[in-house]
Design a binder for this molecule. Structure first.
Ligand code: HEC
Ligand code: HEC
Length: 272
């Protein structure tokens, strides 16, 4: 009897390992099937722009979004709060410490369990580490610092975590994406998965990826966040407008990032 114990433990271990391998391969298969747009068919929104706007985005001297990036660079080393610390006091040279960071956002903050986008992360440092008021949503300060941080992820491929403590947020985002809403009773998917490439009024519908944001939009004559873009889509279908910072936008943003997994970051993008 006693000699069989180690043997059966080994059996249990083997069975557990097999099960784990099976479960993880199932997960891979099911998430690949869940992708309405296969990874090798992803197309950035910039591919749907006119040649003029695409050229403007590519030209770092002419791209108006660079004004926000430059302003962000100044803010980075501007002290705030009674300790007189700037972002640079802790993070030093952003070109080194922020490289590729934004490509993995939205991301769950391990301590609080909250899903944070880059804007929320910056404001978390403002309130918790500098002990000053967070920047207002869509303020030039927040857009500038976000554009600055994101600029160090340019050409980095989007790569977000959706399992573990991110899973609930991800699933909530996915549900929202496929839910019909507004007076027009349309889901995000009906435009960006079923009808991309087609014209809607004066616009060509893209696959609806988040990789260009914050982006300078001609219609706004300004830089705007991904949330501002999502609000434009919601108002387009006459749906209820959620306030900036709403959890729903972050959940959606995580789902959007996963849909765009592998697509290079472009911020500051130019959009129509
Ligand atoms: C009635 C069609 C329609 C619906 C529904 C819609 N959008 Fe859009 N969306 C557009 C159009 C038009 C644009 C601007 C052109 C483009 O990039 O597709 C756009 C742009 C976007 C962009 C920016 C793409 C880029 O590269 O700049 C994202 C992200 C996006 N939508 C996400 C969503 C999400 C998430 C939903 C659901 C909450 C949604 N959209 C619902 C039509 C729609
Ligand atoms: C007193 C030090 C301190 C200051 C000042 C500070 N931060 Fe942070 N910041 C941190 C620490 C520590 C972390 C890591 C937090 C964690 O992982 O829980 C962090 C994380 C971040 C991250 C996420 C990095 C990643 O790899 O995910 C960003 C972006 C960021 N800070 C931006 C800023 C900006 C912008 C400012 C200025 C407005 C700023 N921080 C000011 C200490 C600071």
């Amino acid at each position: 009897m006693e000699r069989r114990v180690p043997g059966s433990e080994q059996m249990n271990w083997l069975r557990a390992a097999l099960l784990a391998a099976l479960i993880s391969s199932c997960a891979v298969i099911s998430s690949a099937e869940d992708r309405a747009i296969p990874l090798n068919q992803l197309r950035s929104g910039s591919e749907f722009l006119s040649p003029e706007l695409r050229a403007l985005q590519a030209d770092a001297f002419a791209n108006p979004g660079m004004l926000w990036v430059e302003r962000g660079a100044k803010l980075w080393s501007t002290p705030a709060g009674s300790a007189g610390q700037s972002c640079a006091s802790c993070h030093q040279d952003a070109a080194k410490t922020m490289r590729g960071v934004a490509a993995s956002y939205p991301r769950v903050d391990a301590k609080s369990g909250f899903l944070l986008n880059v804007e929320a992360r910056i404001n978390q440092c403002r309130s918790e580490r500098q002990a000053v008021a967070p920047f207002r949503y869509e303020s030039d300060d927040l857009l500038s610092l976000t554009a600055y941080v994101n600029s160090f992820s340019k050409d980095y491929k989007i790569n977000v975590v959706i399992d573990g403590n991110a899973e609930t947020y991800f699933e909530a985002g996915r549900t929202l994406y496929y839910r019909r809403s507004g007076q027009m009773n349309l889901s995000c998917a009906q435009c960006h998965e079923e009808n991309w490439g087609k014209n809607l009024y004066a616009e060509r519908i893209s696959q609806g990826h988040p990789n260009a944001y914050p982006a300078y939009r001609m219609e706004w004559q300004s830089m705007g966040s991904l949330e501002r873009r999502l609000r434009a889509c919601l108002s387009g279908v006459r749906a209820e407008m959620l306030p900036y910072g709403a959890q729903e936008y972050r959940n959606l943003a995580l789902f959007l990032a996963w849909r765009a997994q592998g697509l290079p970051m472009e911020s500051p993008g130019i959009r129509r």
